[in-house]
Design a binder for this molecule. Structure first.
Ligand code: DX5
Ligand code: ZN
Length: 227
């Protein structure tokens, strides 16, 4: 039985009450806090730097999953490791030297992952599987919360699941398959059936009053999936 993890994205939280929003969603059953970093260069939006990560760290008993939508990556990855990140993922297009960036994140004591936009080819995985703790498939184009799930992502998730299973059967270890963008109660089962184990949801959770009701409904949907 695959372990499923729900990772609310604080991009859709009330930024004026960020610490409380983090602890509330953990009390409601979140497994991971997803932290979206946008630089108005790699993506057309601007969000939170390492100081925010440091500020919410004491409010989170869950791992903080920093999703870097930035270019260049290296200096910010190091700064987020210092600011208390547990997992750091980045887009291959943001780094000139992907292998070096992955190594830098792992040397800083964090889990490392690569993120794939809807049109980014999976061939970036070919030579770095041994350095990955997570693969993140974007089911929207990055930059904003509240967009609709792009159905083609399901096919990509299936392909990544095959690659992960093949790699871990041969070499052991564990690589999480996270999906980000437009994940909701009504499609989470389909995303899980395609092979994902970790589900980012921003507007679906923070857009409702009762976070626990949404997370419980997501878990009920996941319980129906046979994997
Ligand atoms: C988009 C971000 C997502 C975003 C998801 O660029 O990476 O993490 O917060 O938001 P929803 O769940 O509303 O699509
Ligand atoms: Zn994200």
């Amino acid at each position: 039985m695959r372990t499923f993890r729900i990772a609310p994205s604080i991009l859709s939280a009330d930024f004026a009450r960020l610490g409380q929003e983090v602890s509330d969603v953990i009390a409601a059953g979140a497994d991971i806090i997803h932290f979206d970093v946008m630089d108005n260069h790699y993506v057309p939006n601007l969000t939170m730097g390492p100081m925010f990560c440091e500020a919410i760290r004491p409010h989170s008993s869950a791992p903080i999953d920093v999703h870097l939508m930035v270019k260049p990556v290296d200096a910010l990855a190091a700064a987020f490791a210092k600011a208390g990140a547990d997992i750091i993922t980045f887009h291959p297009e943001g780094s000139e030297h992907i292998d070096r960036t992955l190594g830098l994140i792992k040397d800083a004591g964090c889990k490392a992952g690569l993120v794939f936009n809807p049109a980014t080819p999976l061939s970036y995985l070919d030579h770095v599987m041994d350095k990955l703790d997570m693969i993140l498939i974007m089911s929207v184009n990055p930059g904003f919360g509240g967009q609709s799930f792009i159905p083609h992502a399901l096919e990509k998730i299936r392909q990544v699941r095959l690659r992960i299973d093949e790699y871990t059967a041969k070499h052991g270890g564990e690589i999480w398959l996270e999906v980000d963008g437009g994940v909701k109660v009504d499609n989470i089962a389909q995303v899980a059936a395609a092979g994902a184990d970790t589900f980012v949801a921003g507007s679906a959770i923070y857009g409702q009053k009762d976070y626990k009701a949404v997370i419980d409904a997501m878990r009920a949907e996941l319980a129906r999936v046979q994997v």
